[in-house]
Design a protein around this ligand. Structure first.
Ligand code: CA
Length: 420
């Protein structure tokens, strides 16, 4: 089996700012017009047709099975295990490296499809979705706005990664329009609620991780094994209707203010592609319970940003944050999620919670950026935003870079359509 290399040249001309570099090889599902869904990867401006590679014999010896590449979702390929999927990534890197001869290059070109010629589909059959609340800055901002600035964090927050079970059925792939939801809400000072379209529609900048290995009911995942269960990461926008959320959330938490839609990027970035970007997380004080102790570099330095483009207008970047700010790591989230014996399945999705940084331009939601509507955000076209308007397209982007090694996350974009 090949090993992944960190000094390698391609026979293809890949722009240096491409997130789909020789050190990446993400996984997705795409379809050509009128064609069936196929598993794919990406290099530069091309999508790599993995079925074609298989049929040409280029994947011989990798243990990849053809039937795991031809389904509607990546779940069967993911379930093959990291040995198979990382072997496949190493093979893709070698095939596209200068060590490949001319004749093979010509054949390989047939498996490279311009990304503009395919439609990217929701990559994973997501059976369960959990959303955490793991950014200290975000939890502090929200606690300051809605409760007490001196006691912004609730007593449990520094002791466990707070989370709730979300809704998997309404997770959509980037590019899918999202309709402004209706719901019940209460006006300031009113005695009774009213029903109507949400007026405080928001995005949440999050990172999701996809489970790559199922666990057994009744058996917690020890924290030192947690990363073995993480297949990869994807950008995730947990759309939120703040007015609906505020009225409904007591005492059981988020419900219809959250479950009308969440937008996921089409590319799953394998956890191993992020090895060069490991960093230590923030210091945890007070000390966490033993089952949550996880020394070492368990956070990841990934630049994140959010742009808002009004209908027919120019995009404004409203937020620049970083995944490294997370207080609770993915390993801690997974260890906590399963410590009571709850099992996980291949394809489950776990989202980080809004990723806010320490400075006001790094806040990961309009709620925080506009400080509950009191500080409107200036847009390039001269308008301003407190929350998201009809016709706005919200796009999450992300990349990690260390020297010449660049790994991009693509986009998670969604346009808001008016309520009917
Ligand atoms: Ca959230």
């Amino acid at each position: 089996m090949e090993n992944f290399q960190y000094e390698v040249e391609s026979w293809l001309d890949i722009p240096p700012d491409s997130g789909f570099s020789m050190y990446h090889f993400p996984y997705g599902i795409c379809a050509r017009e009128g064609g069936l869904p196929i598993a794919c990867s990406a290099i530069g401006p091309f999508v790599i047709d993995l079925v074609r590679l298989y049929d040409e014999g280029f994947l011989d010896g990798t243990s990849v099975r053809r039937e795991t590449l031809t389904g509607r979702y990546l779940n069967p390929l993911i379930a093959s295990g990291k040995r198979v999927t990382n072997g496949l990534r190493a093979r893709l890197q070698r095939l596209l490296s200068v060590s490949t001869g001319q004749e093979a290059r010509e054949k390989l070109r047939n498996a490279l499809v311009p990304a503009t010629e395919v439609q990217m589909l929701l990559p994973v059959d997501i059976r369960d979705y959990t959303d955490f609340y793991s950014s200290r800055e975000h939890a502090t901002n929200v606690g300051t706005m809605f409760r007490d600035p001196d006691n912004a964090l609730l007593p449990n927050w520094l002791h466990l990664p707070v989370g709730y079970h979300g809704r998997a059925s309404s997770i959509v792939v980037s590019g899918t329009p999202v309709k402004r939801p209706h719901g019940q809400m209460i006006a300031q000072g009113a005695e009774a609620p009213h029903f109507g379209p949400s007026r405080l529609l928001d995005f949440e900048l999050e990172m999701g991780f996809v489970i790559g290995k199922s666990s057994e009911l009744g058996k917690p995942i020890p924290i030192e094994e947690a990363e073995d269960y993480i297949f990869g990461l994807a950008l995730f926008n947990d759309w939120s209707a703040r007015d609906i959320q505020k009225w409904e959330y007591v005492p059981l938490g988020p419900f219809l203010g959250k479950n009308f839609a969440s937008t996921m990027a089409p590319w799953i970035v394998p956890l191993e592609a992020l090895d060069p970007f490991r960093v230590e997380g923030p210091e945890q004080e007070p000390e966490v319970l033993p089952y949550l102790k996880s020394p070492g570099k368990k956070n990841y330095d990934i630049h994140l940003e959010v742009g808002i483009r009004p209908e027919g207008g120019e995009e404004t970047t409203v937020c620049r944050s970083n995944f490294k700010y997370m207080y609770w790591s993915m390993a801690q989230q997974l260890a906590h999620h399963t410590v009571n014996g709850c099992n996980v399945n291949v394809g489950d999705l776990y989202a980080s919670g809004t990723i806010s940084g320490p400075t006001p331009d790094s806040y990961g939601s309009m709620l925080e950026l506009s400080w509950r509507g009191t500080k409107p955000v200036q847009m390039a076209d001269g308008t301003n935003r407190k929350f998201i308007l009809d016709g706005d397209t919200v796009t999450l982007r992300g990349y990690a870079q260390s020297g010449h090694i660049r790994v991009g996350f693509g986009e998670a974009a969604g346009k808001i359509l008016p309520a009917e």
